[in-house]
Ligand binder design. Structure first.
Ligand SMILES: C[S@@+](CC[C@H](N)C(=O)[O-])C[C@H]1O[C@@H](n2cnc3c(N)ncnc32)[C@H](O)[C@@H]1O
Length: 461
């Protein structure tokens, strides 16, 4: 369905913001606006922000971004123009959720806050942020629009008091949690539990600023699923009920970012069951970032941990790794030719384990794209081979054997199908390659993967 009105796009035009299709194009544009030195500094900051930053580092980053309004808007334009457009459209589609007093927590340079103040001229809007420069820029932006119904305050969320009909809480949680103690061997629940403790502290504060009849509007990226799950758990356990929930996708360069737009009410306790739907939905979601499944029986879990541990130690140590949608587009960007690929099915998994090995477009190394299933889904991963030593391939073969063996020992039937690459998609060949039984393994009859020396030749050519 085509939308008739696009207030988000009108607003982008007012801000003179465009959509940048590739990072390269965005970067060139930024260089022309703020100079290459600042762009290098921005890239340095972006790399450094890894989920374990101190508050001071976070504040420094936003003070850097907001050195001037034009710099802050240029950076938001390059990374977030489609986000801004989609959020503004969501706000206009959900007007009824906005009351008279509106607080925007973590307002940055005030782009969303000013849209709200313009869109609801009768409302009283306040934006708060802990970055001094962000608040300075936000005030300047409001002045540019001649807005009289908005004010901005520099404050840490935890030191702010008040009571509001509506709170906008957009992409702030992630900056208030640390990833200390989290490893890829934690299960989904372990991680969400670790996040939950931190999320509860910040949400407790957010909730205390909400009027009894008030509405909390949250926009969170949901590719960090355990974090979002932690948010949902915290809200449900704190008696916030869901009023509205929608997944929207915004574009960022060649990729897309899934975002959950949700509104929570403090007063509708009976609707709490709605939240459990989201929890269930998340339980079944196919976008978890984690290597390990979270609802598996112990042997399966062990088998997969073995797989992941071996991958980590032998193959991917020190190499960049990408997950899910990022893995998909990194594969597009880097992989050249499929050397070999298999889907490994078991009768306990609705989804297969995927293993695929590719030549690298850019050099003579290999690229692995693999997916480890959890109970309902497959978590896709991409990594470049960390070095040129293809003998590690033997470890990979070993580990796949081990995984398959573990399944078979547990009494499961394993079926392997071959992967082919056609029309830019990794597909399964129709015919199953073979179904493996215990005897096959014992007699060493099963060996569908090419040997390391075969592959080394392949890569050198
Ligand atoms: C990712 S930006 C999001 C900006 C805007 N809400 C959006 O969605 O485009 C996060 C902003 O929240 C601010 N922030 C994060 N944690 C905060 C806290 N505890 N108190 C005040 N501001 C905070 C940061 O300084 C930053 O400007």
């Amino acid at each position: 369905m085509k939308r008739k009105k696009d207030p988000g796009l009108i607003y982008l035009n007012e801000l003179k913001m465009n959509w940048h299709r590739t990072y390269k194009a965005g970067k060139n544009y930024l260089i022309s606006r703020i100079g290459s030195e600042k762009v290098s500094e921005l890239e340095f900051w972006t790399e450094k922000r890894d989920g374990n930053n101190t508050v001071d580092e976070e504040v420094n980053f936003y003070n850097f971004k907001n050195q001037s309004l034009s710099m802050s808007l240029a950076i938001s334009e390059v990374f977030d123009s489609d986000y801004i457009r989609k959020i503004c459209n969501w706000i206009s589609d959900n007007k009824e959720l906005f009351g008279h007093t509106i607080l925007d927590i973590g307002c940055d340079c005030g782009v969303l806050t000013c849209f709200i103040a313009k869109y609801f001229p009768e409302a009283e809007v306040i934006g708060i942020d802990r970055s001094k420069n962000a608040i300075k820029c936000a005030k300047e932006l409001a002045g540019r629009f001649g807005l009289k119904n908005v004010s901005f305050i520099q404050t840490e969320l935890t030191s702010f008091n008040g009571s509001f009909d509506t709170i906008l809480y957009a992409r702030v949680t992630q900056e208030n949690i640390t990833e200390k103690g989290i490893s890829c061997y934690n299960t989904f629940f372990d991680i969400s539990e670790l996040y939950k403790i931190q999320v509860e502290m910040i949400l407790g504060q957010v909730g205390s600023l909400l009027d009894k009849q008030g509405t909390l509007i949250s926009f969170e990226m949901i590719d960090l699923n355990p974090l979002y799950y932690a948010i949902i758990r915290s809200l449900s356990e704190n008696n916030c009920a869901i009023l509205n929930s929608e997944e929207i996708i915004y574009k960022q360069f060649e990729g897309t970012v899934p975002l959950r737009c949700a509104a929570f009410s403090k007063d509708i306790f009976d609707d709490i069951k709605e939240l459990s739907h989201i929890r269930q939905e998340m339980d079944l979601m196919d976008k978890n970032q984690l290597l390990v499944p979270y609802l598996s029986s112990v042997p399966e879990l062990l088998a997969r941990i073995t797989f992941n541990e071996m991958l980590d130690e032998k193959i991917t140590e020190g190499a960049p790794q990408y997950f899910d949608w990022v893995a998909n587009y990194m594969l597009d960007d880097t992989a050249n030719e499929l050397i070999e690929g298999y889907f490994v099915y078991t009768d306990v998994q609705p989804k297969p384990l995927l293993y695929s090995l590719w030549t690298n477009k850019n050099d003579k190394t290999a690229v692995i794209y693999f997916g480890v299933p959890n109970d309902e889904a497959r978590n896709d991963h991409f990594t470049e081979w960390s070095n040129n030593d293809i003998s590690y391939k033997n470890s990979l073969i070993e580990m796949i054997h081990k995984l398959v063996k573990n399944y078979i020992i547990e009494g499961h039937v394993v079926k392997i199908t071959k992967a082919v690459y056609e029309d830019n998609h990794l597909l399964e060949k129709d015919l199953p390659l073979q179904t493996i039984m215990k005897e096959d393994l014992e007699s060493d009859r099963w060996n569908p993967l090419q040997s390391a020396s075969d592959i080394a030749k392949y890569l050198k050519n």
